[in-house]
Design a binder for this molecule. Structure first.
Ligand SMILES: N[C@@H](CCC(=O)N[C@@H](CS)C(=O)NCC(=O)O)C(=O)O
Length: 194
């Protein structure tokens, strides 16, 4: 199986961490999102990463779908509980973390596109939403004690924010939690790099 990805993508990071934890070997193909490969565009009409290419020619996207597919490949370290109500809870955390990531990417892109004339209200609303999400996560840290897709997705979102928007770094208990989970070898190996 081949994973089309970038080293910066927090969505792809979830997939990589789960594959590492489960001992599933993937061939990683680094994409240039400014110049997407024909393989990526053929596999995913929107040309987004991560996209997984199966050996039988099928393609799988987006990251939540790939994570579920990979987690079901074996029973080694189950990252998404197989049964309710835990399963729904983990998938909800992932959805929240992915939206947090999307908010951060949109903020970063706005400033890249308009470094001097960025939309101030757009930036302040996005930053407020990120801080609200931080408060929610911090109040619910007890639910993120296990190392599974919920905690991986939240840590991947925060890791991206630290990488691209360092003025929005987490603090207090959330910072301690983030520091601890970042030491897990699979998280450490996948820290975003430019
Ligand atoms: N919902 C998708 C989002 C994927 C996504 O937006 N990836 C970004 C990179 S972090 C991307 O491919 N951007 C290129 C583009 O949108 O053209 C997922 O979870 O996989």
């Amino acid at each position: 199986m081949k994973l089309l990805y970038t080293k910066r993508s927090p969505y792809a990071r979830k997939v990589k961490v789960i594959a590492i934890e489960k001992g599933i070997s993937l061939e990683y193909i680094d994409e240039d999102l400014q110049k997407k490969s024909r393989v990526l565009l053929n596999a995913n009409p929107l040309g987004k990463v991560p996209t997984l290419l199966l050996d039988n020619g099928q393609t799988v996207f987006d990251s939540p779908v790939i994570c579920q597919y990979i987690d079901n490949l074996n029973d080694q370290k189950i990252m998404i509980p197989r049964f309710e109500p835990k399963r729904l809870e983990v998938l909800k955390w992932e959805a929240m973390a992915d939206d947090l990531t999307t908010t951060a990417i949109n903020l970063y892109m706005e400033k890249i596109r308009h470094p001097h004339h960025f939309h101030k209200d757009f930036i302040s609303t996005g930053e407020r939403n990120i801080r609200l999400a931080y408060s929610y996560i911090e109040e619910n840290l007890g639910k993120l004690k296990e190392f599974n897709l919920a905690s991986i997705a939240v840590a991947s979102a925060i890791g991206y924010i630290h990488f691209r928007l360092p003025h929005l770094k987490v603090e207090g208990n959330l910072a301690s939690w983030f520091e601890e989970i970042s030491k897990t070898p699979s998280m450490f190996q996948t820290i975003p790099v430019a």
